[in-house]
Design a protein around this ligand. Structure first.
Ligand code: SF4
Length: 385
């Protein structure tokens, strides 16, 4: 398959690995920002092929995982109300809130529907003018433009029974927060290529300079990851800290101007809580004043929610790269994709799901290489990313 097979070529992978092995002279810790990259790394065993001195720390770039608990609980409350059609991508349905999830709300009679686009939800609103249709708009800079488009269209078409529960997050403030953390071990970042295909690379040079950290824009196929690692360790070994675009086939420096214009029209920056991490200043988007009447949080007045995280779940530490999933006592025992305690075990991008799915169940990850039969439900439905 064009643009896939050539980026999985084993001979080229071996050459990149040889170059990395020849380059590295001391320990380095790199963070891959995106959960899609994490899955690619674990699925292909890339972390096991790298020199022992190169550690890959899994970052917080899983939109399902970082959606805060209070927003999940608000979604559950709105979805439970009579007259509401609550629309979401499939991977949000099993994400546990404080006491339930959207699947259970649906089983109890709530009208919860899986859609493949926010525009599907808008169409439902047009078809059911007597119902309130709410779309669960979460994710990073990748999903924000189509969600912004749906809000823009709702206003343009005068669809008054459509609204959006918004919990969008942005990557650069998260990188800033990670670097400013007292526990930070990250020495270089593999930035998320798809995010940069929307937003471009303009926000990164200041971050790289301020924190003296190399940032390599990286794709998702095995050779993309290896090339990102190769460029990052080269910079580290040379004492450099620049922004390097290793995903030029998809990422122009300016990003996607049309998508950025749509984002600027519909959203405004806000502080946002990340599940398991806490509030990161300026890290989110909410609907701007002009579109505030389409904000489901205001329309349904779900502003005060008491949340309860499961005490056993250490997903916050997983998301910050402080522990690997298998270091959580609940991993693979009480917490599995069928009985998830935290969102990182549910999502198609979650690190815990990746470790479970690809059988990293023991200490060194060498047991039972391959995929489990118990795939996360998220992999069987529509995805936020
Ligand atoms: S294995 Fe389960 S309980 Fe442990 S951190 Fe991951 S999601 Fe939370």
């Amino acid at each position: 398959m064009k643009y896939i097979d050539e980026f999985q070529d084993p001979d080229l992978a071996r050459r990149l690995l040889d170059d990395i092995h020849a380059t590295v002279t001391r320990p380095w810790a790199l963070m891959e920002v995106c959960g899609g990259q994490t899955h690619s790394i674990i699925r292909h065993g890339i972390d096991q092929l790298l020199p022992d001195a190169v550690e890959l720390i899994h970052g917080p770039g899983c939109p399902v995982c970082v959606t805060p608990l209070d927003v999940i609980d608000k979604a559950l409350e709105i979805a439970s109300r009579p007259g509401v059609i609550f629309c979401s991508f499939g991977d949000m349905l099993r994400v546990p809130g404080s006491g339930s999830d959207l699947f259970r709300v649906r089983a109890a009679g709530g009208d919860v529907r899986v859609v493949y686009s926010p525009l599907d939800a808008l169409r439902l609103a047009q078809e059911h003018p007597d119902r309130e249709v709410v779309f669960f708009g979460i994710g990073f800079e990748t999903t924000a433009p189509p969600n912004a488009m749906a809000v823009h269209q709702a206003r343009r078409l005068g669809v008054r029974n459509f609204s959006m529960l918004v919990s969008h997050v942005r990557v650069p403030p998260a990188i800033e927060a990670i670097m400013e953390s007292d526990t930070c071990r990250v020495q270089a970042f593999l930035a998320a290529g798809h995010v940069c295909s929307v937003m471009g690379t303009d926000e990164y040079p200041a971050l790289a300079e301020r924190h003296r950290v190399p940032i390599v824009v990286t794709g998702f196929e095995p050779l993309d990851i290896l090339e990102g690692v190769r460029r990052a360790v080269r910079q580290l070994e040379r004492g450099e800290h620049t922004v390097d675009n290793a995903y030029r086939r998809a990422v122009p420096a300016e990003g996607n101007p049309a998508a950025k214009a749509m984002l600027a029209d519909v959203f405004e920056a806000t502080d946002r809580a990340w599940r398991g991490i806490g509030v990161i200043p300026g890290s989110g988007w909410r609907l701007s004043e002009r579109y505030r009447d389409l904000d489901a949080e205001h329309r349904f007045a779900v502003t005060h929610i008491d949340t309860r995280e499961p005490a056993q779940c250490r997903s916050g530490e997983v998301l910050q790269g402080l522990i690997k999933p298998k270091e959580c006592a609940a991993f693979g025992t009480v917490c599995t994709p069928r009985t998830p305690l935290g969102a990182t075990m549910v999502s198609s991008e979650g690190a815990c799901a990746a470790y479970y799915l690809y059988r990293r169940l023991d200490g060194d990850g060498t047991r039972g290489a391959g995929r489990t039969s118990e795939a996360p439900a998220a992999l069987e439905g529509t995805s936020v990313v």
